[in-house]
Design a protein around this ligand. Structure first.
Ligand SMILES: Cc1cc2nc3c(=O)[nH]c(=O)nc-3n(C[C@H](O)[C@H](O)[C@H](O)COP(=O)(O)OP(=O)(O)OC[C@H]3O[C@@H](n4cnc5c(N)ncnc54)[C@H](O)[C@@H]3O)c2cc1C
Length: 257
C-alpha cells in the first residue's frame, strides 16, 4: 500500500504572532509541524504498519523549511519530499492544492493521501477537499477512525458535530484526520538520528511538470486584532459561599447571565 501524508510547517502555537508593517511576524519562535498533521502522520504510519507499505511525507514550503518533514521522518515515515519553487511565494489555496495534487501524482500509484484537519496558521481547512477534487478522488474529511482498509476500499468514521458518521469509499482516496484518531507517537531516538541525516529531495515546478498556478486570492491587508482593555478584580468574602454569592451578583449586574 502506498501512502502519502501532507504536512505543513507553521509557527509554534505558543508563538506570539503580530502584524508589523503589514507583514505577519512570529519573531524568533520556531517553525514546527502543524499540530493537526501529527495525527495524520500517526494514521498513515498505523495503516502502513497494519497493511505493509510505505509512507511518503510531502510538504510545500520554502527551500529551508524541512523541520516538519524531519519530524515526520523521526516519527517513522519512510521518505520525505519538499516541494519548493520561488514561483510559489504567495500561493493561495487553489495554487497550493494544484501543486500538492501534482506532487501526489508524481509519487505515483498512491492509494491513500492523508491530511491534517486544518493548518493552525492560515486555518482554512480547505486543502484536503480541493486536492481530492483536482485528483478526482473522494474526500473523506474529519476522520476519527478507520475501521476497514483493503487494497480496494476503506471504511471510516467521521467526527461531526451531531455525532459519528460511517462512510465507505473506493481507493484511492484523500483522508483528513481529526485528533480523535488517537495520540500521535513521539519521534524515536533512532528516528531523530535518521531524520537528522536525511537528504530531503526538493521537487520544483519543472519536476512536477506544471506551470506556477496563478493565485486568484490576494491578501491586500493584515491587521492585529483590536486591543481589549481587561481589568481584574479579586472578590473577597468571609466564606466560599459568601464569595460565590458576591460573584453571582456581579455576573447578574454585568448582565453576563
Ligand atoms: C508566505 C505566505 C503567503 C501567502 N499568501 C497568500 C495569499 O496571498 N493569498 C491566499 O489566499 N493565501 C496565501 N497564503 C496561504 C496559503 O494559500 C495557505 O497556507 C495554503 O493554501 C494552505 O491553506 P491552509 O494553510 O489554510 O491549509 P488548510 O487547508 O487549513 O490545511 C489542511 C491540511 O492541508 C495540508 N497542508 C496545508 N498546507 C500545506 C503545505 N504547504 N504543504 C503540505 N501540506 C499542507 C496539511 O495536512 C493541513 O493539515 C500564504 C501563505 C504563506 C505561508
Amino acid at each position: 500500500m502506498k501512502i502519502v501524508v501532507c504536512v505543513k510547517q507553521v509557527p509554534d502555537t505558543a508563538a506570539q504572532v503580530v502584524v508589523e508593517n503589514g507583514q505577519v511576524s512570529w519573531g524568533d519562535a520556531p517553525l514546527v509541524i502543524n499540530p493537526w498533521d501529527e495525527y495524520a502522520v500517526e494514521a498513515a504510519l498505523q495503516k502502513a504498519g497494519d497493511h505493509g507499505g510505505s509512507v511518503t511525507v510531502i510538504s510545500m514550503g520554502k527551500e529551508n523549511e524541512t523541520e516538519a518533514l524531519k519530524h515526520a521522518l523521526a516519527m517513522g515515515c519512510n521518505e520525505a519530499i519538499l516541494v519548493s519553487d520561488p514561483a510559489l511565494g504567495s500561493s493561495d489555496n487553489v495554487a497550493a492544492a494544484r501543486v500538492l495534487a501534482a506532487a501526489i501524482r508524481n509519487v505515483g500509484d498512491v492509494d491513500l493521501a492523508f491530511f491534517g484537519k486544518q493548518a493552525v496558521d492560515s486555518d482554512t481547512g480547505t486543502l484536503p477537499g480541493m486536492v481530492a477534487r483536482i485528483l478526482g478522488w473522494p474526500a473523506l474529511t474529519l476522520v476519527s477512525a478507520i475501521s476497514v482498509l483493503s487494497a480496494e476500499a476503506i471504511k471510516v468514521e467521521r467526527a461531526i458535530e451531531e455525532g459519528r458518521q460511517v462512510v465507505e469509499s473506493k481507493l484511492p482516496v484523500v483522508v483528513s484526520v481529526t485528533k480523535d484518531y488517537g495520540e500521535p507517537r513521539y519521534p524515536s531516538f533512532m528516528g531523530i538520528r535518521k531524520a537528522a541525516r536525511a537528504e530531503i529531495p526538493i521537487w520544483d515546478l519543472g519536476q512536477l511538470g506544471i506551470e506556477a498556478p496563478a493565485p486568484v486570492i490576494s491578501w491586500p491587508e493584515m491587521m492585529n486584532p483590536p486591543r481589549r482593555e481587561v481589568t481584574t478584580e479579586i472578590i473577597a468574602g468571609d466564606s466560599p459561599q459568601d464569595i460565590a454569592a458576591k460573584l453571582a451578583d456581579k455576573i447578574m449586574a454585568e448582565k453576563v447571565l
